[in-house]
Design a protein around this ligand. Structure first.
Ligand code: SF4
Length: 222
């Protein structure tokens, strides 16, 4: 009999084939564009980033162009995301670092990626997973919520995102050749179905294997 982890992966992948959310950084394997998107996606929504992403990569198609950016012009493009005064210098610094240390290329090694200013484990894994389909875990508040509810995997640490047990558990869910798909499926599933408030348990394709004790009942008129 299949275990719950395998059923979880299989059902989420099936659900995602019908519910894939399209964004330009998901339609590329270019690690520079993926890195840029991941840096912009912090503290803002995917829809906000979507509004400016194509313009940004057209204007700065590679690290060299970004390293030479005019700060006020860059700030103007990313202004809709907010925090442009903080984001712009960091983006320029990252591009300068890539030029100096990696001849303008993105290093495809997790430790090298984590040496880039402002890049932590999540972003490093995201670049390798989304660009090269490496089955590396992406742990954020969304994945923590989903695995917490479904498998009752809880962190004892104040910052669950820094808990290696959670990273290892999420990694154990990823099929070797479908890590990219499952990571994206979990993000979309957390956004559309297993939402922070009022999860759509009555429409959920893994309801029967989910251990969340406070499942939301179907509305009376359904
Ligand atoms: S049954 Fe509810 S809590 Fe469990 S995974 Fe589905 S939406 Fe989330």
């Amino acid at each position: 009999m299949e275990n719950r982890q395998k059923i979880f992966a299989k059902r989420l992948l099936r659900w995602h084939r019908r519910n894939f959310l399209r964004f330009p950084w998901r339609e590329t394997k270019n690690p520079y564009k993926i890195l840029l998107a991941e840096m912009l996606l912090r503290k803002t929504t995917r829809n906000q980033v979507n509004k400016i992403f194509r313009k940004l990569v057209k204007k700065y198609p590679n690290p060299k162009a970004l390293a030479e950016a005019d700060t006020s012009e860059l700030e103007g493009i990313i202004e809709p995301l907010g925090m442009q005064k903080k984001r712009s210098p960091l983006l320029i610094r990252v591009a300068g670092y890539l030029l100096e240390k990696h001849r303008g290329k993105i290093p495809m090694d997790v430790e090298e990626l984590k040496r880039i200013p402002g890049v932590g484990e999540y972003t490093a894994n995201a670049v390798l997973c989304l660009a090269c389909n490496k089955p590396l875990p992406l742990v954020d508040t969304n994945t923590i919520r989903v695995v917490g509810r479904v498998f009752q995997v809880k962190s004892k640490k104040i910052r669950a995102r820094a808990d290696q047990n959670i990273w290892s558990f999420v990694e154990s869910l990823l099929p070797k050749n479908k890590g990219r798909e499952l990571n994206l499926a979990m993000l979309d599933f957390a956004n559309i179905v297993c939402r922070p408030k009022l999860p759509k348990c009555h429409q959920c394709s893994i309801e029967d294997i989910c251990s969340y004790p406070q499942k939301t009942p179907a509305p009376a008129d359904e």
